[in-house]
Design a binder for this molecule. Structure first.
Ligand SMILES: *Cc1c(COP(=O)(O)O)cnc(C)c1O
Length: 378
């Protein structure tokens, strides 16, 4: 089955009871038992709900994993996965992870006795240096936000297997359409489904997929124990979004490529970050491990003032947090998504005040480029 076919037929799209071609929204919390403990597979909707279950099977199929899990947000999914760790454990993470991931690790997990080292996971030397006797897991986001740094999933997977570490990949930016970390050796793949998977700026959700049944049992236990499950309406919205994921990802990328080409010709733009650029430091790797470069582009306009000026003039790029939806968005990471990261750390990472991030939508690229031209040249 090819990938766009899989998005339509890869899950469990039909309701087994009625044949409805869209899985119904089972708006229900509890289920009649025929006798004590005798039921049809569902007892209580935190533990399992048929609509959520259909989504969970669908994402497991798309990521080629054993089991999928749907959560009330990307952070709830990340929290549940981190709950596999215990006090005294140490985790290694990509240095420019999503701000919320940085926050939960440095402000919540630290209080529970879980230690962490943030390191440049694009370098195996740096990863090796971060290893401690109590290291249990490695968490990678690739490509990263907002600098689009790319980590070698296959190389890290082999290293983790050798050291018996749990290898977790946040695949939000690439989506299962472009990249499947489990097939490259990861143990768990995570998504903020709020972004491309939902795709329409109308739902907050998270997904996790595990490579085998044992991890599946452990994560299901934690999903049920901590309770951050996705409701049936939002589960339905994600299934609706997934059906057009392929079409949308192709359109996002095509537009992003056109914008990158336009920006490359401007001397007002100091640097452009996009894995599809030949000059991107991990361009060859990005080409090898993913089938596409995605729809996120960031570039430096020199100062925070210039960034503000440009943003005020734009018509089609809406100033907003989040990314991955049909409409184009713009943000200034240093003052928005990454504001929770201390400024010294931001400077170290290269998240400057003049860095703007585009989440390129699926509008006609001629309009998007004209809009940028008007703002950048005015
Ligand atoms: C948005 C995001 C998250 C957090 O997801 P929420 O759905 O906002 O909780 C995690 N990782 C990445 C890469 C993200 O972009």
């Amino acid at each position: 089955m090819k990938r766009k076919t899989k998005l339509i037929h890869g899950g469990n799209p039909f309701d087994p009871h009625t044949g409805a071609v869209s899985v119904p929204i089972y708006q229900v919390s509890t289920y009649k038992q025929d006798d004590i403990g005798v039921h049809k597979g569902y007892e209580y909707s935190r533990t399992g709900n048929p609509t959520r279950h259909a989504l969970e099977q669908y994402i497991a199929a798309l990521e080629e994993g054993a089991r999928g899990f749907a959560f009330s947000s990307g952070m709830a999914a990340i929290h549940a996965v981190f709950s596999l760790l215990s006090a005294g454990d140490h985790i290694i993470l990509t240095d420019d992870v999503y701000g919320g991931t940085y926050r939960i690790v440095t402000k919540v997990l630290n209080r529970l006795g879980i230690e962490a080292t943030f390191t440049d996971t694009t370098s195996m030397v740096e990863v090796e240096k971060s290893l401690r006797p109590n290291t249990r897991a490695l968490f990678v986001e690739t490509p990263t936000n907002p600098l689009l740094k790319v980590t070698d999933i296959t190389a890290i997977a082999a290293w983790c297997a050798n050291k018996k570490l749990l290898f977790i990949v946040d695949n939000t930016f690439s989506t299962p359409y472009w990249q499947n970390p489990l097939t490259l050796g990861a143990d768990i793949v995570l998504h903020s489904a709020t972004k491309y998977i939902g795709g329409h700026s109308d739902v907050v959700a998270g997904l996790a997929v595990v490579k085998d049944d044992q991890l599946g049992e452990e994560l299901h236990f934690l999903q049920n124990a901590t309770g951050g499950v996705l409701g049936p309406q939002d589960s339905w919205l994600l299934m609706r979004g997934l059906k057009t994921l392929g079409l949308r990802m192709e359109a996002h990328e095509e537009n992003a490529q056109a914008i990158v080409q336009y920006l490359s010709g401007l001397d007002t733009v100091e640097s452009i970050h996009y894995p599809g650029l030949l000059s991107h430091p991990q361009h060859e790797l990005a080409k090898r491990q993913a089938r596409g470069f995605g729809g996120i582009v960031s570039f430096d306009v020199g100062s925070g003032d210039k960034a503000s000026h440009i943003i005020r003039k734009l018509k089609y790029f809406t100033l907003a947090e989040s990314l991955g939806a049909v409409e184009s968005l713009i943000s200034v990471p240093a003052r928005m998504t990454h504001a929770s990261i201390p400024s010294e750390r931001r400077a170290l990472l290269g998240i400057t005040d003049g860095l703007v991030r585009l989440s390129v939508g699926i509008e006609d690229h001629e309009d998007l480029i004209a809009d940028l031209a008007n703002a950048l040249q005015g």
